[in-house]
Design a protein around this ligand. Structure first.
Ligand SMILES: C[S@@+](CC[C@H](N)C(=O)[O-])C[C@H]1O[C@@H](n2cnc3c(N)ncnc32)[C@H](O)[C@@H]1O
Length: 209
């Protein structure tokens, strides 16, 4: 299996900048790669492919432990471009779906041990309802950009009106995962904020480990 060379990642970074496509922060990339490698996570799901930068980083980390990545993107031109990069990389362990995650997720029967949400933040709560049943015990569900430029901590009336709905939706999502009885969740100030949630093992899972 070929390893993604730095040249492709640099090309993608330039392409994202030129076309105003956001991509994960370098520190987020390093942290998530480490989690995948140390956790030996093999079944990875990503919501929000963009041009495929994070997908390639995950696929490269997963390939070392015979894992694979499923990624979903709703903008067809981004899907097409990302697939070109995937074939250029030589990595064979990526399955790319075109469509809105809310339509694609119900069609996926697999379960996953590492799920990364990097898409419309206002939909994280809806995604969560579809994703939680697919999250394996001991697996991680991660949401990016949840600090929303630190607006999450500000009083509702001190932020521009047009951003209040997003603030409320993100707060609802964070309240749900941080208080969820089957998850351990932590908020990290990495990039624009990462929430990392681990699905706890049941007593039966622990005995089978
Ligand atoms: C920040 S970009 C993803 C960047 C990518 N993860 C990376 O680091 O290279 C977010 C992407 O999510 C996609 N997106 C937003 N909402 C979505 C949805 N409901 N279903 C699928 N894709 C979605 C957007 O079109 C956009 O390309």
């Amino acid at each position: 299996m070929e390893i993604v060379n730095r040249g492709i990642l640099e090309m993608m970074t330039d392409d994202c900048a030129k076309n105003h496509v956001a991509l994960i922060a370098p520190e987020t990339a390093s942290y998530l790669k480490l989690l995948i490698e140390w956790g030996n996570f093999r079944r990875i799901l990503e919501i929000g492919t963009g041009l495929g930068y994070s997908t390639l980083i995950f696929a490269q980390a997963a390939a070392k432990q015979e894992g694979a990545v499923v990624t979903i993107e709703r903008m067809p031109e981004r899907v097409e471009r990302a697939r070109e990069y995937f074939s250029l990389s030589g990595l064979q362990n990526i399955r790319s779906y075109a469509g809105d995650a809310q339509d694609v997720l119900p069609c996926l029967t697999d379960s996953f041990d590492f799920i990364f949400m990097d898409a419309a933040m206002g939909q994280y709560l809806d995604f969560f309802q579809l994703l939680f049943p697919k999250l394996a015990p001991g697996g991680l569900l991660i949401g990016d950009n949840v600090l929303f430029e630190n607006l999450i901590f500000r009083d509702r009336y001190q932020i521009p009106r047009r951003r209040r709905t997003m603030q409320q939706r993100l707060r609802d999502f964070l309240n749900l995962v941080l208080g969820h009885s089957e998850l351990s969740a932590r908020l990290f100030s990495i990039g624009d904020g990462l929430v990392v949630c681990r699905r706890q093992l049941s007593v039966r899972d622990k005995m089978m480990e």
